[in-house]
Design a protein around this ligand. Structure first.
Ligand code: C6P
Length: 418
């Protein structure tokens, strides 16, 4: 099958994409004698050589615990760790590095807000608003704290395309609302939510907003001051960084007012058996030895993304999305789940003839890696009356040929299952 796409003005040329692909060692492999077509970027992104090299350099030349040692090696590691915080601050355009808390990922960041802000601010009859397209990690932490505090979860419904129904959202906002927590880009539908509008409406009621930015950070530029969000959660591994590291951004005044989450080393100023005083931001929320290598690797990854530039990333992914949607739409017996007005590089689909797990297994034998299942969004599956979907999610290094291979693989599945 010939690729019919021709690049537009701001788009990367095939030679640029080839050069980017060469920076990712994992992509150079073959499976079942076929080149790896990696289309599971919403689950995790691959790592460029600069990130791998940075981790290696840290362990070879800089490894020491942070914020504790007076010796030179400890100063090196502490500086590299804190430099990464400043890179994350720049990446998100946060007002201060005090607003950048290192966590183990998005899940950990949301749990932190639920366990601190949630516990401190929710009472019986209060409400937290989420949406019907949330990942489980932006549902369950709120359920836990709501149950503990006698508060309630309210859910913004979505329409058949997978767009938030904003009129219904407006009706949910009330004096009982204590927080709105919504996903920026849905991992199972690809919807890019109108988060600025969501935030404006919440703020008009004096309600803070948490954005689950797990899927957003590798696709579009995030400016937390421009968005005026109150909290923003991200995972390093979804933006070309290591696993086990993430960031919680929070407005300084809110973080100052929040009680600590976990107790331990580094989050204290002084400890006696009678009383402990807590460290300043951001350390108040970073108990214990942090994921030092992870944070430094994340810094390298964020620098890498910023050097590529979001304009190019977005233009390339837009072209891939249009091409892939057209190709998949043309397949009889295939239905795309999630056709929102604004979409990112995620396409979920179901086939009349085969269960997603069979689709995933056959595609694997073609060298094509996609995710199948509920994508940790069971309420989304229920909303669209499907048990599971197949999901192709893409990134800066994907090519039009990757989608040709996906389409060929799907045709093979249809042949096998009649
Ligand atoms: N989604 C996916 O395949 P963690 O696991 O903490 O890094 O990220 C959790 C998370 C939170 N919100 C959204 C919107 C997400 O997509 C994810 C992770 C992966 O879609 C793994 S389930």
């Amino acid at each position: 099958m010939d690729t019919v796409h021709s690049p537009g003005e701001t788009e990367l040329l095939p030679a640029d994409i080839e050069a980017i692909r060469r920076e990712f060692p994992v992509l150079q492999q073959e499976f079942y004698g076929k080149p790896l077509t990696y289309l599971d970027n919403a689950a995790t992104t691959q790592k460029p050589q600069v990130v791998i090299d940075r981790l290696r350099r840290y362990y070879e030349q800089e490894n020491a615990n942070v914020h504790r040692a007076v010796y030179s090696l400890g100063e090196l590691s502490s500086k590299a760790f804190e430099d990464s915080r400043i890179i994350a601050q720049k990446f998100l355009n946060a007002a201060s590095e005090k607003e950048i808390i290192f966590t183990s990922g998005t899940t950990d960041a949301i749990n932190l807000v639920a366990a601190t802000f949630g516990r401190a601010n929710l009472g019986p009859g209060d409400e937290v608003i989420i949406s019907a397209m949330e990942h489980h990690s932006n549902i369950v932490p709120w359920q836990i704290v709501c149950e503990e505090k006698g508060a309630r979860l309210k859910v913004i419904p979505i329409d058949d395309r997978g767009d938030l129904i904003l009129e219904e959202y407006e009706k949910l906002l009330s004096p009982r609302t204590k927080l709105v927590a919504v996903v920026y880009i849905s991992n199972s539908l690809g919807t890019i939510n109108p988060v600025k509008k969501v935030i404006e409406l919440a703020h008009a009621h004096g309600v803070p907003v948490l954005l689950d930015g797990a899927q957003a950070v590798s696709h579009l530029p995030v400016d937390v001051q421009e968005l005026d969000c109150d909290f923003f959660a991200l995972s390093g591994h979804k933006v070309f960084g290591p696993t086990g590291i993430g960031v919680l951004y929070g407005k300084e005044a809110l973080l100052e007012a929040m009680p600590p989450y976990r107790g331990g080393g580094d989050m204290i100023l002084s400890v006696t058996f009678e009383k402990t005083t807590y460290n300043d931001l951001p350390f108040k929320f970073e108990a214990g030895t942090p994921n030092i290598a992870g944070a430094i690797g994340l810094g390298a990854a964020l620098d890498y993304v910023m050097s590529l530039g979001f304009e190019k990333i977005a233009a390339h992914e837009r072209a891939l999305l249009d091409y892939a949607t057209e190709q998949l739409d043309a397949i009889d017996g295939l239905r795309i789940i999630g056709t929102a007005r604004e979409k990112a590089g995620v396409i979920s689909f179901v086939l009349d003839s085969a269960h997603p797990h069979d689709v995933g297994t056959i595609l694997d034998h073609e060298g094509v890696a996609i995710r199948t299942g509920h994508h940790c969004t069971q309420p989304v599956m229920e909303r669209f009356c499907v048990p599971a979907t197949s999901r192709a999610s893409f990134s800066i290094y994907n090519t039009f040929e990757d989608f040709d291979r996906l389409v060929q693989g799907i045709r093979k599945v249809q042949k096998v299952f009649g």
